[in-house]
Write a protein that binds this ligand. Structure first.
Ligand code: NAD
Length: 255
């Protein structure tokens, strides 16, 4: 899929991995819809990028909100690329140290944001992309979802987060098969630990610990390294229906 001239719909585009993706795709000629609930940061990124960009305040967990964002993005041009980066997590064990079960409302919140939000955006974006003209290869567009290596190496306290990210890995192949008929590819990226505002409140000591277990390079990932992979996925037509880890060969230990 050619990035230059395409429209990219990037959720979580106001911060971290989504922001790096929005900036990289924009630098390669895409028009970018920055889809995020954080209006202050979203408008800032919009102002930085200047032309071919629109910040659209959106809640990815709401069908109406995402539909309205897709409608609002339509005049940027033909939507070809949808990247799901909006997400978050909250720690909690299946039963706590006091023996109490995991708070169900927290579990539901994490699933709703990460898993249902991703499906909501992917399915609605696919409906729009399916209406675009195909390129010479029959390709209409690509959807890139963001899981986490916690989908595979979930640590103590990550049961909700890992469940949500495992669901994203699980939807990748059936969604790619569903959308093959309309020439839309579906890929998922499973990042290790990346230096983004999601770790804003994490003490430096804990960040040092996350870096120290990465075999090589022995550091956290840089958001643009994630964005480089999104770019490659968008441009390489034979990548479809798979999850790619990007993690410096780290495998999370139990804690
Ligand atoms: N940073 C990492 O180490 C890492 C590792 C693995 C996976 N991930 C995943 O990558 C994605 C991006 O993480 P990040 O580190 O860039 O985080 P981040 O906090 O920097 O960015 C997440 C963005 O999502 C937005 N968002 C949250 N809820 C939303 C909602 N309901 N509707 C719209 N926007 C919403 C936030 O406003 C924020 O701008 C997340 O899904 C995260 O789970 C991150």
């Amino acid at each position: 899929m050619q990035i230059n001239g395409a429209v990219a719909f990037v959720t979580g585009g106001a911060s971290g991995l989504g922001e790096a993706t929005a900036r990289r795709l924009h630098a390669h000629g895409a028009a970018v819809a920055i889809i995020d609930k954080n209006a202050e940061r979203g408008k800032q990124v919009e102002a930085d990028l200047g032309e071919r960009v629109r910040y659209i305040e959106t809640d990815v967990t709401s069908g109406e909100s995402v539909q309205a964002a897709l409608d609002a993005a339509a005049d940027l041009g033909p939507l070809r690329i949808a990247v799901n980066c909006a997400g978050s997590g909250m720690a909690g064990r299946t039963i706590g140290k006091d023996g109490a079960p995991h708070d169900l409302s927290i579990y539901e919140w994490v699933i709703k944001l990460n898993l249902i939000g991703t499906f909501n955006v992917a399915s609605r974006a696919a409906a729009v992309i399916s209406q675009q003209a195909p390129n010479a290869d029959g390709e209409r567009g690509v959807i890139v979802n963001t899981a986490s290596i916690a989908a595979f190496d979930g640590q103590i306290g990550q049961v909700a987060y890992s469940s949500s990210k495992g669901g994203i890995v699980g939807m990748t192949l059936p969604m790619a098969r569903d959308l093959a008929v309309v020439g839309i590819r579906v890929m998922t990226i499973a990042p290790g630990s990346f230096e983004t505002p999601i770790f804003g409140f994490v003490p430096q000591e804990m960040k040092d610990g996350l870096s120290s277990i990465v075999p090589f390079p022995n550091r956290m990932g840089i958001p643009d390294e994630f964005a480089q992979l999104v770019q490659h996925i968008a441009e390489n037509p034979y990548l479809n229906g798979e999850t790619i880890r990007i993690d410096g060969a780290v495998r999370f230990p139990p804690k």
